[in-house]
Design a protein around this ligand. Structure first.
Ligand code: AMP
Ligand code: GLY
Length: 420
């Protein structure tokens, strides 16, 4: 089978790594890929948000199966174009991807399906939004409605901060994503992520994770795309996970199917769990980054069979074979991230890191220059390990971090502290 993965970050490197371990995979293409991916697959320069270009590439390279990594091509309808062209594709339609691209849509689905989530209201003008905020009081959450690359959410501790956020969003701080604003009740509890594969009808849980969004140790400092993650999430016990399936996942999928837009692909539920009661924070229509890296580390080669079963509508009866293991990934980022940072510095020591089914350095933002790996993004490396315990996974991951010679990089030293 020839496979194409769309995307070029650490998530896609881990997907490529898992897929390559499966003997079913003949040729693997990744578009656009990165310097780490280029060591295990064929990278292709391709506009991945252009459905016709992706279909063309698949025709020209006898691709049988396409795995879509990020949300942008899904929102652009690339999965729809591929399905229309008769290809097997892992990823939802643009209509089903609204579970990520529109917070209002998700709230409407929750209301229709009885899914527990924060109380909310939707506004298209700033004055009405501010009147609502004053009536509700703080803390309160202000969100830009559309896709804002994870940055359109302000958890406001005071009414004044909420009003400021409202003004910024309507002034265009997040572009079109802020033309509509959702104001939400601030939920308390512990956050965790829950991942299920879906084939339109059946849902198969493929793991849980927790990540660290803040740049600084002790979960302080500015928000980022994620500085590290671990799997499983201790807060998602078997009983809580069962509740998530019964009260959140199954009702959502049933409502999507009822509307004639069945969900196919991976559904990533961001949850808030308090006293063993899970509530939905948000949905994403793709794997998390860096959560995917720890899931792939644990699933290995079977990830391909599972994604293919989801894409082909064969999930019923499919099982995940779990080892009782734990995985952790530590993000190495360029100093300054999530603010301004430098690119181009050479990263040494990678050749001294082990590469096996317990240890892997996934590349997120790297490039190759004169045969050497250089930093080419904010989040640059995802140093990932697996062990019988989370402590063992952590020790392996940080041992690799210590092999890497990159003066311009930094990482948090406390990934997993809550669970350890
Ligand atoms: P989102 O983009 O919706 O995932 O929001 C980003 C982050 O903001 C979440 O991971 C939470 O930490 C926080 N957040 C979002 N909505 C709420 C809420 N209603 N209550 C508390 N925290 C929230
Ligand atoms: N790590 C959070 C996300 O992928 O949305």
């Amino acid at each position: 089978m020839n496979i194409l993965i769309l995307g070029g970050g650490g998530r896609e490197h881990s997907l490529a790594w898992a897929v390559m371990q499966n003997p079913k995979c003949d040729r693997l293409f990744v578009a656009p890929g990165n310097a780490g991916i280029a060591q295990i697959a064929e990278c292709a320069a391709l506009d991945i948000e252009n459905g016709a270009a992706v279909v063309n590439f698949c025709d020209g390279n006898a691709v049988d199966f396409v795995i879509v990594g990020p949300e942008a091509p899904l929102a652009a309808g690339v999965a729809d174009r591929l399905r229309e062209a008769g290809l097997t594709v892992f990823g939802p339609s643009a209509e089903a991807a609204r579970l990520e691209t529109s917070k209002t849509f998700t709230k409407e689905i929750c209301a229709a399906a009885g899914v527990p989530t924060a109380d909310w209201a939707h506004f298209t003008d700033a004055d009405a939004a501010k009147i609502h905020v004053r009536a509700q009081g703080a803390p309160i959450v202000v969100k830009a409605d559309g896709l804002a690359a994870g940055k359109g959410v302000v958890v406001a501790e005071t009414v004044e901060a909420a009003e400021r956020a409202i003004d910024e969003m309507f002034a265009g701080a997040f572009g079109d994503a802020g033309a509509e604003v959702v104001i939400e009740e601030c939920m308390t509890g512990e956050e965790a992520s829950f991942f299920v594969l879906c084939d339109g009808e059946t849902a198969l849980p493929v793991g849980t994770a927790q990540d660290h969004k803040r740049a600084g140790e002790g979960d302080t400092g500015p928000n980022t795309g994620g500085m590290g993650a671990y799997s499983p999430a201790p807060v998602l016990t078997e009983a809580v996970a069962r509740r998530v399936m019964e009260r959140i996942i199954h009702p959502t999928l049933a409502e999507m199917a009822r509307r004639g837009t069945p969900y196919r692909g991976v559904l990533y539920a961001g949850l808030m769990i308090e006293d063993a009661r899970p509530r939905l924070v948000e949905y994403n229509v793709r794997f998390g980054d860096p959560e995917c890296q720890v899931l792939m580390m644990r699933l290995g080669a079977q990830a391909l069979d599972l994604m293919q079963a989801a894409a082909e509508g064969r999930l019923e009866g499919t099982r995940v074979s779990w080892a009782e293991d734990h995985a952790m990934t530590v993000v190495m980022a360029a100093r300054g991230y999530p603010g301004a940072y430098e690119k181009g510095e050479v990263i040494g020591g990678l050749e001294d890191c082990p590469e096996d089914s317990f240890n892997m350095v996934f590349h997120a933002g790297t490039a190759e220059r004169d045969g050497r790996i250089v930093a080419a993004g904010g989040r640059v490396l995802n140093v990932t390990a697996r062990g019988a315990t989370l402590g063992e996974a952590r020790d392996r991951a940080y041992a690799m971090v210590d092999c890497i010679d990159w003066p311009g990089g930094f990482c948090r030293r406390d990934i997993g502290w809550r669970a350890l």
